[in-house]
Design a protein around this ligand. Structure first.
Ligand code: XMP
Length: 515
């Protein structure tokens, strides 16, 4: 296992993912984790991440100096390297010239850390400070035109530092360097694989649950579906899956989901038709956050009723992922146990933020995984592509894609338009190229003309975006002919719609959803 001490770099998560790509497990821990706490994780190596500070800032984050004496290989990246230099008696100063972007790496010592990293390879730099004096026992491994100490090492103590960011995609030799550190310097074996994860998660869950019962709220997304597969494999009929149909799903999706689980996967699902109840609750609500609140609140009430009806249950299974753990717990570790403190449920979560007084213990087998790792596990468990590759769909569903009031009539309009979008996106092989593709219904009306008659009806917005992670997004450059085809079908086939517009806003400044 490799521990990453996080000094606030935007790339800390990326370092963790790159390590895991070498099939070695990695954990992100807060920078102030002490050497003693670190020992309980038994890391084979430690990486100090970059960070936004200068090491000479007042109050700049420091690591526990005792980590240098642990005898575990350490790699400092950018700020991490500067901190290593400063704490061990070297000198860091603000450089006259910062270095941002690509730089050619000139290798002075092509051994251990830089084995197989080509001379002249491109590395990604982003720093205003530079190391000007190395601590005792350190040597330079590589330099760039503007940075004499681009890679350094104290070979005997297994301490390494790089000024560049080997984890970013623009650093050509980055993965070779990471592999050298992980395999050759730390001696890790590539054992973090999907198969071992499934095996370990299944036996852990079996041991934890014993003969108790587990409740799972299924949404149809990849996380909750993977969770259901894993738990079903681990505990069979001690698992109860509930699918609450709040009436805001896409056309035919609830039916399809329940059928898939029953007939293809042989995992029984309790289907709860709560459509009327949600529609009544949301009547007259137009504010986006209020919609989320009402839906979340209603979800909890229905969920509570169902857990009483089907229960009692001891455990609630949740599809919490690793980024949620890092974000919500702030990585805080209980100094007594070395365990991460309780995980908060994210507000966007499909389960809608369950209150603390629900008397369940949590079971979260996916909490160590990134989203792409969940998809790999899903594939290994033989979930079908339509779930593994499913575009994200928000918990409140179509209710936040109907701007203004949500009524049965407006839901019907959006469902029909959305179905056409899905059909054409699939037919043209665009589904997997887009992060999300959907229709939005606006509350305004505009004038049109159809068959010599004046119309006064609603517009549909097409929202097709590309994105890496949903945090930022760009509008998709789909062909005009495709837009024309979708627009024609919607106007011709969906009563109540006489106009289609295409959203060309990126995120930021827009968001992906309209509400
Ligand atoms: P925005 O609209 O904030 O969306 O750019 C980013 C991602 O989050 C999804 N989203 C939600 N998911 N409940 C959810 O489960 C919500 O209330 C919610 N709002 C937005 C959105 O679809 C996109 O993938």
């Amino acid at each position: 296992m490799i521990a990453i001490l996080d000094f606030g770099s935007q790339y800390s998560e990326l370092i963790a993912r790159r390590i895991r790509e070498t099939q070695v497990y990695s954990e992100i821990l807060p920078y102030h984790t002490t050497a003693e706490q670190l020992r309980s994780w038994q890391p084979q190596g430690i990486i100090l991440s970059g960070g936004p500070n200068s090491v000479y800032d007042r109050g700049a984050p420091q690591c526990d100096p005792a980590i240098w004496q642990m005898g575990i290989p350490i790699l400092g990246v950018c700020y991490g390297m500067q901190l290593m230099v400063q704490q061990l008696g070297g000198k860091v100063v603000r450089s006259a010239l910062g270095e941002y972007g690509k730089a050619a790496l000139h290798i002075d010592d092509p051994t251990d850390l830089l084995t197989n990293v080509e001379h002249g390879t491109t590395m990604w730099m982003s720093h205003g400070d530079s190391v000007v004096q190395l601590p005792e026992g350190f040597a330079i491994l590589a330099h760039t035109e503007n940075c004499p100490c681009a890679a350094i090492a104290h070979h005997e103590r297994n301490l390494y530092g790089v000024q560049f960011h080997p984890e970013v995609v623009h650093s050509q030799g980055g993965m070779a360097l990471i592999r050298n550190f992980v395999y050759h310097i730390c001696g890790c074996e590539p054992t973090w694989t999907t198969a071992t994860f499934v095996e370990e998660a299944v036996s852990e869950m079996r041991a934890k649950v014993g003969d108790k019962r587990v409740l799972l709220a299924l949404s149809g997304g990849v996380d909750s579906s993977t969770l259901a597969f894993l738990l079903h494999r681990a505990i069979g009929t001690q698992l109860t899956c509930v699918f609450i149909d709040q009436g805001f799903m896409r056309k035919l999706e609830p039916e399809r989901l329940v059928k898939l689980f029953h007939e293809q996967f042989h995992i029984p699902v309790e289907y709860v038709n709560a459509r009327e109840r949600f529609l009544t609750a949301i009547e007259g609500v137009t504010d986006p956050e209020e919609k989320r609140r009402v839906i979340g609140h209603e979800f909890i009430r229905v969920f509570e009723n169902e857990s009483k009806r089907l229960g009692p249950f001891d455990y609630l299974a949740q599809g919490t992922l690793y980024p949620d753990v890092i974000e919500s717990a702030g990585g805080a570790i209980d100094p007594q146990t070395g365990e991460r403190v309780a995980v908060k449920i994210k507000s966007h979560h499909n389960v809608g933020g369950l209150p603390k007084d629900l008397q369940f213990k949590l079971i979260e087998p996916l909490r160590r995984l990134f989203k792409d790792e969940v998809r790999r596990v899903a594939r290994a468990l033989k979930l079908p592509d339509e779930i593994v590759q499913r575009q994200p769909f928000p918990g409140p569903g179509l209710a936040i894609r109907i701007i203004g009031e949500v009524t049965p009539e407006r839901l019907d309009i959006l469902r029909e338009a959305d179905l056409i979008v899905r059909q054409e996106i699939n037919r043209h092989g665009l589904y997997h190229q887009l992060w999300q593709s959907f229709a939005v219904l606006l509350p305004v009306r505009s004038v049109g003309v159809m068959g010599d008659k004046r119309t006064y009806a609603y517009p549909i917005v097409l929202r097709f975006v590309t994105s890496e992670d949903g945090m930022t997004a760009d509008w998709a450059r789909v062909p005009y002919e495709f837009l024309e085809l979708v627009a024609n079908r919607i106007v011709n086939e969906v009563p109540g719609v006489n106009r289609v517009v295409y959203d060309v806003t990126s995120k930021p400044p827009g968001t992906i959803e309209w509400e």
